[in-house]
Structure formats: C-alpha cells, structure tokens
Design a protein. Sequence first.
Length: 193
Amino acid sequence: MKDEKQFSEQGLSKEGAARRRLFNQSGGLVASFAIGSMLTGQAIAATPESAAVSAPDQHTLNQFLKVSRLLTGHQTLDTTLGQRLWEALHQHSAQFSDQYAALSQWIDEHKPADVEALDQQLQGQPQHEVMMSIIRGWYLGVVDNSHHAQVLSYQNALMYQVPRDGMVIPTYAHNGPDYWTAEPPPVDRLLTF
C-alpha cells in the first residue's frame, strides 16, 4: 500500500509502478548473475586441474615428433602444433606421460615397420589407446570428442593435407564463383609427406 501511494505521488499508474518494480528486480537479478559468473570463473581458473602444462623440453618434443612421424606416416610435422598437441594431451589425461613413455619404449624395443604393423601388435594392450589419441590429435586437430573441445589446429590438421591439391578446406573459399565446375587435378603422382 505504501509503494502504491509513493508511485501515485510520482504520477505513475498502477501498471507503471508494476513495470518499474519488475525492471528494478530484473536489473538486480542480472547483476547477481554477472557477479556470480565472474566469481565462478575466477574459482575455476584457480583450480589445479586448469593449471597450464609446461612446454616439453627439446629432447622430449623431438622424441614425440619422431613417434608421431611413425604413427601418422607424415615425415614433415609442424613442431609448434606438436608442442601444442603434447600439452593438450597432458591436460586431457593425467596418465598421458606414463602411457606415452610406455608406448615410446615399446616402439624402441620392437621397431615396427609402420603404423599398420604397430596397430596389429598393440591390439588389446594399454598402449593402443594412447597411440590412437596421438593419431587422432594430429589428424583431427583436437584431443577430445566433447562439444567443448579445444581446437589445436584446423587448417593444418592432417585430415586436410592429403586431398589439399583438389579439395578446399571446408569454410574457405577456393577460387571464385562456380569454382567447383572445373575438373579436379589428375591423380598422376603419389603425394609424399
């Protein structure tokens, strides 16, 4: 009753007073959500799980790239992407270091001829999953399959390297209007990686 008298003194109708009250309350609600989100974000950033993984030393990175060359079949891999992939795999799985060390040691001891031989030899063993996660990272440019996966590489993901001379990376314009009407390049040579 007191509010109605105050609003009527200001020249507001009953509906105008209700709108003003709703506006004030929704403003307070928006402000509380904004402050809550900010505090939640700060709390998440302070947790140890989100702490940044340190970059691998040069020897570790070189060894990772050597293993990656065997696993992907590509001899020229981007070093910067390799470092980002190493860090992302560590952030994604706390056991990655140990699993990768076991895989690397297994490769050094058994010296498989190629990734197909390695895949057959590792079927059913724990190293198979880490092998597949490294391959998945290089080819897809992400290390997990969630909807919020961090994209490490899009343009340089290996899945786009093989058909690069005849297929444009999705979302990039290739030439101009009607570029798709031209004949694709002939397959007269095998690509080397």
